[in-house]
Design a protein around this ligand. Structure first.
Ligand SMILES: NC(=O)c1ccc[n+]([C@@H]2O[C@H](COP(=O)([O-])OP(=O)(O)OC[C@H]3O[C@@H](n4cnc5c(N)ncnc54)[C@H](O)[C@@H]3O)[C@@H](O)[C@H]2O)c1
Length: 227
């Protein structure tokens, strides 16, 4: 199944990174990201080389989708639209913060709920549309490229590079949580946190937590069980 196959790949590749290139920046896009980031982190810890500033779950695609859907709905230029997305990277753990969109946008409550739900289910929408021929590929590559470009620019000394990413976090009771992070020469320079949420966003957050925490525990357990 997807979990065991991908979990083992991430575990083994991370062990190779820990041995050969322990200071690498690790951008993990392999699903389920909610669990593969804890897996990579536990493996790095086992090797004594874990630096939480250097491990990222790539959730950029959730931001790309949010920007696209909101720009379409409001007739905005998508390249100038930016919606932070927090939480995790599957289903209800994906929390778009439409209230923090740049430029500011407003929607009637039902439309906001519909948009949030579409963003959360966008991966499934692609899987269904491809009807057995796989999942999102080009958009994933675009999102990965955007994240990596930002990170490389920050490593090269450009200031002010911010990306949402799923990282080790103290923001909530979940050990790993996506928020906007400021990138710098050593990886995460500062976690910018989730800012102020609307009540409806607080409710999305509450709904996400049990699944997110369970996904994290599943990843940690996987490494604990692999001797
Ligand atoms: N985070 C995101 O936004 C996002 C979005 C879409 C897909 N994904 C994930 O990205 C991953 C790749 O998706 P895809 O559609 O390109 O899958 P794919 O099956 O088309 O490609 C996977 C590739 O990995 C290679 N591979 C398998 N085992 C390997 C190993 N041990 N070492 C090195 N390479 C190995 C395979 O040969 C294959 O070329 C999946 O885990 C998918 O769930 C993430």
């Amino acid at each position: 199944d997807l979990f065991n196959t991908n979990a083992a790949i991430v575990r083994d590749l991370t062990a190779a990174v820990a041995e050969s290139c322990p200071k690498a920046m690790l951008g993990i896009i392999t699903n389920p990201v909610n669990s593969t980031v804890p897996i990579a982190s536990e493996v790095l810890k086992k090797h004594g080389v874990y630096d939480p500033r250097r491990v990222f779950g790539v959730t950029t695609l959730d931001v790309v989708r949010s920007n696209t859907f909101i720009a379409e709905a409001k007739g905005l230029d998508v390249s100038k639209t930016n919606v932070p997305v927090i939480g995790g990277h599957s289903g209800i753990t994906i929390i778009p913060l439409i209230s923090q969109c740049t430029p500011p946008v407003s929607f009637p409550p039902e439309e906001r709920v519909k948009l949030s739900t579409r963003i959360q289910n966008a991966g499934t929408e692609v899987v269904d549309a491809k009807a057995g021929a796989g999942s999102a590929t080009l958009s994933m590559a675009y999102a990965a490229a955007e994240f990596c470009k930002s990170l490389i620019e920050a490593l090269n000394g450009q200031e002010g590079k911010v990306q949402c990413a799923y990282v080790r976090s103290e923001e909530t009771e979940a050990k790993y949580f996506a928020t906007p992070v400021l990138l710098g020469k050593e990886g995460i320079e500062k976690n910018l946190g989730m800012g102020k949420l609307l009540d409806v966003e607080v409710n999305l957050l509450k709904a996400a937590m049990p699944e997110l925490i369970a996904n994290i525990q599943k990843g940690e357990q996987f490494v604990g069980d692999s001797k």
